[in-house]
Design a protein around this ligand. Structure first.
Ligand SMILES: *Cc1c(COP(=O)(O)O)cnc(C)c1O
Length: 336
């Protein structure tokens, strides 16, 4: 069957040889004592890139979001999030379970924004009937869609006016920055905190960084310890993240090119429609659940893995595989 093309997610990327070398030569110490020089270097570099006071290396994006929400909100508070936001649907209810913080879902619009008029309506009055609304959580990219800087700026003004904090689930915010051709700090300047995945398109084996001001990060550090995320000689992993931040960010544009190339090739299928032109590294298919299941099975027989309707491009997908992918889709389409 040859090599597998894995489009299920950009989390599947493996560390390159150069990244592995950076890991094996990393200086280490005990990070719970604050003594791992490579973790400290990663945190300093992430803070500098995002122009925030401090950063915290966390085990996953979920831990970055959770430590942030628990730091912004207390027991009985709530956060506003998109109704299919990662922070609402895909993090096992962590904020509610561990922090007694309730989510208030609001539907995303087609641009992946939380409409600010709906967010306004969702804010609870200050009255003993209600949870206290403390935080707005946005997501960028949202299923591959990039939030405009204009929207982020309006969201910032909105949270200032309403006294909320603003957290960005920036699992793929570097994809957004590369697409907009701006430094990541042009995105993070609009938010109080942001979690950034190192383990997706950037290609590190694990980890995220949470960035924010010093008091938020101090609080997140305590939550991280409580969650069992205080790591010791974590410099080996931080070295991969630091390598990724220094060497892999601009490469994300190649993943965006691969997605567009694939999208162009798939535009004229009979059985499968596509959402609009990809903004970043995802092509989103629109077809019945039955067709998608058949497609998934067919592609798997030919060495291509997909998870339902998303094709996610990343650094371990060679650009030449686009032609093969298009051919496979055409064969599938013709057989229906
Ligand atoms: C992947 C992802 C996360 C974090 O996921 P982990 O698997 O916990 O690292 C958070 N938000 C979004 C939108 C994601 O896609």
């Amino acid at each position: 069957m040859g090599t597998i093309i894995d489009l299920r997610s950009d989390t599947v990327t493996s560390p390159s040889k150069a990244m592995l070398e950076a890991m094996t030569s990393a200086a280490t110490g005990d990070d719970v004592y604050g003594e791992d020089p490579t973790v400290n270097a990663l945190e300093e570099y992430a803070a500098e890139l995002t122009k925030k006071e401090k950063a915290l290396f966390v085990t996953s994006g979920t831990q970055g979001n959770l430590t942030s929400i628990l730091s912004h909100c207390g027991r009985g508070d709530e956060y506003i999030a998109g109704s299919d936001a990662h922070t609402y649907r895909y993090e096992a209810g962590g904020a509610a379970v561990l922090g007694s913080v309730q989510p208030q879902p609001v539907p995303f619009n087609s641009r992946g924004e939380i409409p600010l008029d709906l967010a306004q309506e969702a804010i609870k009055p200050l009255d003993h009937h209600f949870a206290k609304t403390k935080l707005l959580c946005l997501e960028n990219t949202k299923a591959g869609k990039v939030l405009s800087l204009e929207y982020l700026s309006r969201a910032r003004q909105f949270t200032k006016k309403t006294g909320l904090s603003l957290h960005l689930d920036g699992a793929r915010a570097f994809n957004a920055a590369v697409k907009l051709d701006v430094p990541i700090s042009e995105i993070t300047r609009h938010v109080d905190s942001c979690s950034l995945c190192l383990s997706k398109g950037l290609g590190a084996p694990m980890g995220s960084v949470l960035v924010g001001d010093a008091s938020l990060i101090e609080s997140a550090r305590k939550w991280r310890k409580m969650l069992g995320g205080g790591m010791r000689q974590a410099g080996i992993m931080a070295a991969a993240g630091l390598f990724a931040l220094k060497n892999h960010v601009t490469d994300l544009s190649k993943d965006h090119e691969k997605a567009v190339l694939c999208w162009e090739g798939l535009r004229n299928l009979k059985t499968i429609n596509l959402q609009g032109e990809p903004q970043t590294n995802m092509v989103v298919l629109q077809a019945s659940a039955k067709i998608l299941a058949e497609l998934q099975r067919f592609l798997k027989e030919h060495g291509v893995l997909i998870s339902s309707e998303r094709l996610v491009f990343h650094r371990d997908v060679p650009i030449e595989s686009s032609a093969y992918l298009v051919e496979l889709f055409e064969t599938f389409d013709a057989s229906r």
